[in-house]
Design a protein around this ligand. Structure first.
Ligand code: NAD
Ligand code: IPM
Ligand code: MN
Length: 359
């Protein structure tokens, strides 16, 4: 019998991107042996690395490599070296162009905090233990892409626009996902002020009433949501929101497990899928070998789930949880910096705990 083989395009990117992607690849390669499937990796340039070599943060050959892949795994892009470049050459522009070109409109950012991780949160452990939420962030619309968008010396303009079909398709993802979880969606907007949010709220409610009557829907203003996320995170199941609010709320939610280095994501479209940690290139720690690779490794697990290798995905999640349970952490989570593991030592500990047939 021929085992399945998947073509994965790797986009390590900038800063800590290559450091954490290397650990994800190590773990994925090992789990593919244990679970008897194949992974064929191809590496392509994005962000600053692509600007350096090809003067384009999302070169056509990278787009082709993404389109022919079964899934794309990305590290991070950006860094101070590129911050003064014109917009078209900025690493972030490359990332946004890729998301748009692949039309990966649904960005899923899960946040689950067990008792072990709760104890490492700067918040009170009894408040955050048991958090299990999913931010469903619209990824290819909203103020990131709305026109007009320009600046001159005296005026800067960005436009937050959503159309009804854009809201409907992301709402359907949120409601359908909630059915596999605890059946509750909190839609986050700023409908008390913004016209775009008023349409958002109406359309989300319509989709729920027409197609998902069994799912509970509540609406919350984004300012309150930012506070509720820290105050009482267990109230949330699925948080449905637009591009900008989702970006901000998901970084804020990283305080719950104690580090941005813990949170993975999946970005799904009709024909492409992209997996990336929610964090950036972390220029303050890049090159030191101390970044937390858990977010990248867990993004690899989300990728395997998407590819249908659910047991292998569960094995990775278990191995990461057991590594953390056994007290092995990188410096972002260590109470005593002397005991902190390097990026690659953390990856090695995860690999030691990978076993076949967890479930
Ligand atoms: P950042 O996410 O890179 O870092 C924020 C803070 O979190 C830093 O103190 C960093 O050291 C820490 N951190 C992040 N990931 C970590 C990890 N895995 N382990 C340990 N600590 C970690 O955000 P920033 O500093 O605002 O942005 C830096 C650059 O990254 C910018 O150029 C930005 O545009 C870019 N960025 C890219 C992405 C992406 O590629 N998806 C996401 C966010 C930011
Ligand atoms: C993220 C990042 C990106 C975003 C930036 C780098 C364009 O912050 O993936 O969360 O804002 O979407
Ligand atoms: Mn972000």
């Amino acid at each position: 019998m021929n085992p399945s083989t998947y073509n994965i395009t790797l986009l390590p990117g900038d800063g800590i991107g290559p450091e954490v992607v290397a650990e994800a690849v190590k773990v994925l390669s090992r789990v593919s042996e244990l679970y008897d499937f194949g992974l064929l990796f191809e590496t392509a340039l994005i962000g600053g690395a692509a600007v350096d070599d090809l003067a384009n943060p999302y070169p056509p050959q990278t787009h082709e490599a993404c389109k022919r892949a079964d899934a794309v795994l990305l590290g991070a892009v950006g860094g101070p070296k590129y911050d003064t470049l014109p917009k078209a050459l900025r690493p972030e522009t490359g990332l946004l162009s890729m998301r748009k070109a692949l039309d990966v409109f649904a960005n899923l950012r899960p946040v689950a905090v067990d008792g072990v991780q709760a104890a490492r949160s700067p918040l009170r452990p009894e408040k955050v233990a048991g958090t299990d939420l999913l931010v469903v962030r619209e990824l290819v619309g909203g103020i990131y892409f709305g026109t007009p968008s320009y600046r001159n010396d005296v005026e800067g303009v960005s436009t937050m626009r959503y159309t009804k079909p854009e809201i409907e398709r992301i709402a359907r993802i949120a409601f359908a996902t909630a059915r596999d979880r605890r059946n509750k969606v909190t839609s986050v907007d700023k409908a008390n002020v913004l016209a775009v949010s008023q349409l958002w709220r109406e359309v989300v409610q319509e989709v729920r009433d027409a197609e998902f009557e069994d799912v509970q829907l509540e609406h919350m203003y984004v300012d309150n949501a930012a506070m509720q996320l820290i105050l009482n995170p267990r109230q949330f199941d699925v948080i449905l929101t637009g591009n900008l609010f989702g970006d901000i709320l998901s970084d804020a939610s990283a305080v719950l497990p104690g580090s941005l280095g813990m949170l993975p994501s999946a970005s799904i479209g009709e024909s492409s899928s992209l997996f990336e940690p929610i964090h950036g290139s972390a220029p303050d720690i890049a090159g030191k070998g101390i970044a937390n690779p858990a977010a990248a490794i867990l993004s690899g697990a989300m990728m395997l789930d998407y590819l249908g290798q659910k047991e292998a995905a569960a094995a990775i999640r278990n191995a990461v949880a057991n590594t953390l349970l056994d007290g092995f952490v990188t410096s972002d989570l260590a109470s005593d910096v002397v005991l902190a593991l390097t990026t690659s030592a953390f990856g090695d500990e995860v690999i030691k705990r990978l076993v076949a047939d967890v479930e």
